[in-house]
Ligand binder design. Structure first.
Ligand SMILES: NC(=O)c1ccc[n+]([C@@H]2O[C@H](COP(=O)([O-])OP(=O)(O)OC[C@H]3O[C@@H](n4cnc5c(N)ncnc54)[C@H](OP(=O)(O)O)[C@@H]3O)[C@@H](O)[C@H]2O)c1
Length: 258
């Protein structure tokens, strides 16, 4: 893998595989966003023509290196926030404790694996799955105050902690970030999906986007990486870094605060 940006005199000109340590250094969380004490980054992959999935999954757009970065970003996070449809479509499992990141997590005051925080209004989730029953760090479910009481009971019977982060059926995205921070979960990673990412963007909660641009055309009518109503004014991001391997671009964009 090659670093294309930023270019420094330390920039290696070889095209070798980066170690997990090097990736973790490259993707270290910045200091929390001023005023919030949290940092919310998203990790998404897109085809050249903007598709965020193919046949209902992101895997056909991804690569081994993309998955190494995906794993590294998880390993740096306190919590992974994800929409219920992505959990259902991608068959989410709990995050693993990985030896390669154990020391780094200990030093950062983190437990062995990030918590997964599933955002759902319906709580139409199978609480008997390993995601809910076998997680090293217990999986949370974020929902609204008007969520179906029988589904809240089903979650709680399975030992799942339900966090109310909205007054109606749904979650208020900015409140979700605050609710996680109140639980000490401040280095946040969202893995989408597009409907959830659109809401984080619209609420001004998204601090960083780690976008993999996959050298593929998908055509069709797949979702883009962010959905929902268009923003009144597009949110600007500044390019922070670009890594390249095998035609894949691994980019980091930080929200412009001007
Ligand atoms: N390219 C990528 O990097 C990438 C990343 C992730 C996912 N994907 C793809 O995207 C697709 C799924 O994404 P999606 O956009 O359809 O769904 P999504 O954002 O993953 O999940 C949507 C669901 O999340 C819950 N939800 C969203 N906003 C909510 C809110 N404010 N309050 C309460 N619940 C809320 C609802 O769950 P309930 O229905 O349970 O109420 C809603 O149906 C899959 O095909 C997946 O492969 C691609």
């Amino acid at each position: 893998m090659r670093r294309l940006l930023p270019v420094t005199d330390q920039t290696p000109d070889d095209d070798r595989e980066w170690s997990l340590d090097e990736l973790a250094d490259a993707y270290a969380y910045p200091d929390p966003a001023p005023g919030s004490g949290t940092w919310l980054r998203a990790n998404m992959v897109s085809s050249l023509d903007g598709a965020a999935q193919h046949d209902g999954r992101s895997q056909p757009l991804s690569s081994d290196t993309d998955m190494r970065i995906f794993g590294t970003l998880r390993a740096l996070a306190d919590a992974v926030v994800v929409g219920a449809e992505t959990v259902r479509m991608e068959g989410y499992r709990p995050a693993r404790a990985r030896e390669a990141f154990a020391e780094r997590r200990r030093a950062a005051g983190q437990g062995p694996a990030p918590a997964i925080a599933v955002v759902s209004a319906s709580l139409g989730l199978d609480f008997s799955l390993p995601l809910f029953t076998a997680a090293l760090t217990p999986t949370l479910v974020l929902t609204g105050a008007a969520a179906p009481p029988d589904r809240i009971r089903a979650a709680e019977r399975a030992g799942v902690q339900v966090v109310i982060a909205g007054d109606g059926a749904g979650v208020d995205p900015a409140r979700a970030v605050r609710a996680l921070a109140e639980r000490g979960l401040r280095r946040l990673l969202t893995e989408g999906g597009p409907r959830l990412l659109g809401q984080f963007t619209a609420s001004g909660s998204l601090d960083e986007l780690c976008l993999t641009l996959s050298p593929a055309m998908a055509a069709g009518d797949s979702q883009r990486i962010a959905g929902g109503p268009a923003l009144a004014v597009p949110e600007r991001f500044a390019l922070a870094s670009v890594l390249e391997e095998a035609g894949f671009l691994y980019t980091r964009y930080l929200r412009s605060r001007v």
